[in-house]
Structure formats: C-alpha cells, structure tokens
Design a protein. Structure first.
Length: 336
C-alpha cells in the first residue's frame, strides 16, 4: 500500500512492552515512569492480528522492540507466529542485550533473522552511568551468544546522546574493527525532557576519518564513492563505511540532520495498541479498543489504511529539529 505521497509502506515496528530493565538517560525519564498497566498491553494474539493486517497492506518487515522486548513473556512464541504470517519476509528484534545470553538460541529457533543490540560504551563504569545501573558484561555475553548462532545480521546500535563521550562511541566502533560486526552510530533525537545539543553524524564521521585515515563509503545510492569526502553524502537511514583495517562496517544514521522522510516506509505499533505512521507526528490511531470490540479483518484493514493515509510528508524542519511524538517522554513508549 502506498501513502498519500507515493511511499510504499513495508516495515512495521512493534513495541511489545514499555517496561525496561535499564534506565538509559536519554530514553527513560529519571523521575519515574507510569508504565502501561498489563491489561492495557496488546495481547500476543492482538499483535498477531495487527501484523496480519499490516502484511495484507504490503508490510514485509517486522521489528520487535520496546521498552525491552526480551522482558515480554511469550516473545519467542510471538516471533514464531509473525514469521508464519504470509508476506512477512524479515523479522528483527532490537534489544539492550541484558537478557540475550539466555534467549538468543530460542529467538533464532523461532525464526528471528536479525538482532540489533544497543550498546553505548564498553566501559563498565560509563555503561552503568548511561543506563542507570546496567552491567555491560551481561551485554557482551549476550553478544557472544548471538554471534555463535547463524543470525542473518547482528548490529550494534550506539546513540549519540548528549551524555555520550567520544571515548564511548569510539570504543564501541572498536568492535567493528576487531570483529565482523556492524556498529550503527545513531544521531540523538530530542525528546521533551532533553534538548541539549549532541554530536552530529557529520562530526563523528570526520573524527573516524581522521583517526583511521579515511573511511570507504560502502552503501550509498550513488554506488561506490571515494573515501574521505564521504561526509558530504550522509543521507538515508544508514550509510555504511569501512574505516581502514576494520573487519565490520560502521553505519551512520543521520536521524535528525539528514531527514530521510522521503524514503520512510515505516509504521509503528505501541505496546498499548497505538498505530503511528510518523515518529515525530501527533496522530495516533488507537487499535486496542477496536481489537477488543470484535473488529473484523476488513475493519482492521481499514484502520491500517487510515494510518497509512495520515502519514505526513515529513516532520516540520522549519520549526527546528523534530521532537519525538506526542505524550511520550521517550522512545520506550512508542517503540524505538
Ligand atoms: N530496549 C531496546 C534497546 O535499547 O535496544 C529496544 C527499545 S529502544 C527504545 C530502541 C532504540 O532506540 C535503542 O537503540 C535506543 O538506543 C534508541 N533510542 C532511544 N531513545 C533515543 C533517542 N532519543 N534518540 C535516538 N535513539 C534513541
Ligand atoms: Fe530501555 Fe532501550 Fe530505553 Fe535503554 S533505550 S531505557 S534499554 S528501552
């Protein structure tokens, strides 16, 4: 299905819970969070129905996220059901990795194709500070467990938040230097509670290029473009580079500075059943009431079509940087 601006909608992000076992400084407000009461979370069956409706509208890719998705009971069962939905070709999970050492095998066996593991520093003290008490050793064990399995893709997500230091993200990209894993550096998207400036995609690329003597551009719609001047072509969700001597790739996502609304193909389903077509938009289509009032499949299809139709052309760059939508104080609420 195409939206009003001709973009085909292919991807659905599903938040399976808004709860989390970490408190990343840029994601969860420090002064406490009102989580969705359990009875208001979509059930696994309700999520499956929405995925089926999305697949009928042309969605091929689903990503399970949160909050921390590995905290949701029955996640593997849900993964198995989603993988069996006709039309769904790729299933990914985005996780903080804290519980991954226990369930990597289960997720793989359930048909999960790829994992994105969030990791903002390798330094145990800094990790503790950035995540509100997390243990980076557990994430590293989770990463090892995942790397031992033949997932189609394993990527590390590192957010360039106002609190991150150069030594943090340079340490994380060291994983791509030493191992064949991809590290994605993601520009911070401002939330209501935090409008401090943060380092841009362009600046990090300059640091990488000067540290490693250039970085070969690997993916860009223009094809193989030369190294070094690569900083001028940061566009699209992830642009991949291979700095000198690296085994893996470094992806840079100019989430804010390089607005890629023109190629956005996403819908997002919140844990409470809110369907959004734009992270920065205010429009939310509440599906939970419909699902609990015996909506028919065609009624659900109409709701998904309505969400696709309300997808805006882009966020309003004219009024300053976009802010993550609505009532949310962070991505944990909508699903990152
Ligand atoms: N708990 C899981 C995790 O951390 O991977 C999944 C949910 S989390 C909200 C998904 C992703 O959103 C993480 O990679 C996180 O770092 C990122 N994220 C959270 N807040 C963000 C922000 N304000 N700007 C950019 N990325 C953000
Ligand atoms: Fe939890 Fe992920 Fe948000 Fe960190 S980024 S607080 S791990 S939901």
């Amino acid at each position: 299905m195409k939206d009003s601006f001709g973009r085909a909608i292919r991807c659905l992000r599903v938040s399976v819970t808004d709860r989390c076992n970490l408190r990343c400084v840029y994601c969860m407000p420090a002064d406490g969070v009102d989580f969705t009461p359990p009875e208001d979370l979509l059930t696994l069956e309700e999520i499956e129905r929405v995925v089926k409706a999305a697949a009928r509208a042309g969605v091929e890719k689903v990503r399970l996220t949160g909050g921390e998705p590995l905290m949701r009971e029955g996640l593997s069962e849900l993964a198995r059901k989603i993988k069996a939905v006709s039309g769904i070709k790729i299933l990914g999970v985005t996780t903080n990795g804290v519980l991954l050492h226990r369930c990597a095998r289960e997720l793989f066996d359930a048909g999960v194709d790829g994992l994105n593991i969030s990791l903002d520093t390798l330094d145990p003290r800094r990790y503790k500070a950035l995540t509100g008490g997390g243990d980076v050793g557990r994430v590293m064990r989770g990463l090892e467990a995942a790397r031992a399995l033949p997932f189609k893709s394993i990527k590390i997500n590192c957010v360039l938040s106002p609190d991150i230091r150069e030594s943090d993200w340079m340490g994380v990209i060291g994983l791509a230097r030493d191992f064949p894993v991809d590290v994605k550096l993601i520009e911070f998207m401002p939330v209501k509670t935090d409008s401090r400036p943060s380092i841009s995609a362009k600046e990090v690329l300059r640091v990488i290029e000067s540290t490693y003597g250039g970085a070969t551009l690997l993916s860009h719609k223009g094809g193989g473009v030369p190294p070094v001047a690569a900083s001028d072509v940061l566009e699209g969700p992830a642009v991949y580079y291979k700095p000198g001597g690296f085994k893996g790739r470094v992806g840079i996502i100019a989430a804010l500075s390089g607005c890629f609304c023109a190629s956005c193909d996403r819908l997002r389903l919140s844990a409470a059943g809110g369907l959004r077509s734009c992270l920065f938009g205010r429009e939310v289509l509440e599906l939970r009431a419909l699902l609990r009032n015996s909506v028919s499949d065609s009624g659900l299809d109409a709701a998904v079509a309505a969400a696709v139709r309300m997808k805006p052309k882009g966020y309003d760059a004219g009024s300053g940087p976009g802010r993550i939508s609505g009532e949310s104080e962070g991505l944990f609420r909508i699903g990152g």
